[in-house]
Design a binder for this molecule. Structure first.
Ligand SMILES: *Cc1c(COP(=O)(O)O)cnc(C)c1O
Length: 436
């Protein structure tokens, strides 16, 4: 572990920059000051005063292999010396081409045409644009389909903070209700969980299906909307409904992809594939911003034509950044030996054992675990700032959201650190346990 030096102990940058930084999801007038962090290693954050916190979140679900993994660090050093960035228009480079091939091999079915961008929200926007244009392109040939201008998404969903992605988030819980009316309204429904709710969604699609370009869902876990779980049968129902109504199906695996739910991709638990999948967060093992919208062959081929306008007119400046793609390739190397499966199972067992006693705590309405995701849900929204401060006293970095305290640690988090994390949750929610 690195040792703090005197610069870290007197972080002038913090005082000098504080008046000029606009922080995320934040009422800047009343928010507690942020914690200055000066280094990361493995499952830990090192603060400016030398304290170490066990990270229960893996930096918003990105750092799946833990921080500063030497294999990813070496790949980044090699790539930065050779070519940190080059434009993707008219040029090709190995890191992106290799990554596209590897993602195609890794993803089930024929999800095999990757369009790269820099953030999750932008990947979702691209997937939405692909779906709209899929119908426009096909409509140009069949004179049908050009009226499909809306999306069907679900209560509890979260797909990003940009303008178009805000419209497909949960309209009340999705942090964006202020902006209702600014952008076109989408069709927001309840997830089908049984035959009855599948029939209700089928009836909705019978009426509005012709307007819908695609159904958009986070498979198995609605993450930022409150870590809400559903079963594989829901995904199979959505596949059936999409096919029956000529609608595309988009899975947003930005949170669930790369092992988080126990399978490489959440869709694999259902044995079905969407027409487009979005990936980001853990794609680079938590090192650099990169995302992808990966389309099936059927979707990709709808863009092939003698007509230049039928192509996808999109190209972010930093698209397929070689450094980020090198990090993603190195992260995929780390998945190759399959050891992550045992790690996720180990984390899952530790979260189940450590969080289950929280059921007895005041205000707790549910405790649930899926893969390397552990959730304690309350009957009302929790005081995020106060709880964060309490967790820091316990040596843990845990930032609740809405009604849930949750843990999404790195898969490589040692047992002792997992024990500290769950003990911190038990202590803060106020349950005594023989383990403590
Ligand atoms: C985080 C997240 C996004 C948005 O990704 P950004 O990189 O923050 O834009 C979209 N969808 C899901 C499911 C996410 O978890």
């Amino acid at each position: 572990m690195a040792t703090p030096d005197s610069d870290w102990l007197t972080p002038n940058w913090l005082a000098e920059g504080a008046a000029h930084i606009w922080r995320p999801y934040c009422q800047m007038q009343t928010a507690r000051p942020p914690l200055p962090v000066v280094a990361t290693l493995g499952s830990r954050l090192v603060l400016a005063d030398g304290r170490e916190l066990i990270d229960g979140l893996a930096s918003w679900w990105t750092a799946c292999h833990g921080y500063n993994h030497p294999h990813i660090a070496q790949a980044l050093r090699d790539q930065i010396e050779r070519m940190p960035h080059v434009m993707f228009g008219g040029l090709a480079h190995e890191p992106a081409y290799r990554l596209a091939k590897r993602l195609a091999d890794l993803l089930p079915g024929d999800l095999s045409h990757a369009f790269f961008a820099e953030s999750g929200s932008v990947a979702v926007e691209i997937a939405m644009k692909m779906a709209l244009q899929f119908h426009i392109n096909r409509g140009a040939q069949t004179n049908k389909g050009a009226g499909r201008t809306r999306f069907l998404s679900f209560r509890g969903g979260y797909h990003g903070d940009t303008l178009a992605t805000m419209t497909v988030c949960d309209p009340e819980e999705g942090m964006h209700s202020l902006f209702s009316g600014v952008m076109p309204a989408q069709v927001i429904a309840d997830l089908p969980r049984d035959a009855e709710s599948e029939a209700a969604l089928d009836a909705l699609l019978a009426v509005r299906g012709e307007e819908i370009a695609a159904i958009l869902v986070e498979p198995l876990v609605q993450g930022a909307g409150g870590m809400l779980l559903h079963g594989p049968e829901t995904l199979r129902a959505l596949r059936r409904l999409a096919d029956a109504h000529g609608v595309l199906l988009i899975f947003d695996e930005i949170f669930t992809g790369f092992g988080r739910t126990g399978t490489m991709f959440a869709m694999q638990a259902a044995g079905i594939e969407p027409d487009i999948v979005t990936l980001s967060k853990a794609l680079t093992g938590g090192t650099l911003p990169l995302s992808a919208a990966v389309a099936s062959t059927r979707v990709f081929e709808a863009f092939l034509s003698d007509d230049p306008e039928a192509g996808l007119m999109h190209g972010p400046t930093y698209m397929a950044n070689p450094l980020a793609c090198a990090a993603a390739n190195a992260s995929l190397d780390l998945f190759e030996d399959g050891a992550w499966r045992a790690d996720v199972a180990r984390v899952s067992a530790a979260l189940t054992e450590g969080l289950e006693p929280c059921r007895a705590a005041p205000g707790v309405v549910d405790v649930r675990v899926m893969g390397a995701i552990g959730v304690v849900e309350f009957d009302a929204p929790v005081a995020v700032g106060d709880l964060c401060a309490r967790f820091v006293e316990e040596g843990a970095w845990i930032r609740p959201m809405g009604k849930v305290i949750y843990l999404t640690p790195a898969f490589t988090t040692p047992d002792t650190d997992l024990a500290l994390l769950t003990r911190a949750v038990r202590k803060v929610v106020g349950v005594a346990h023989p383990l403590d």
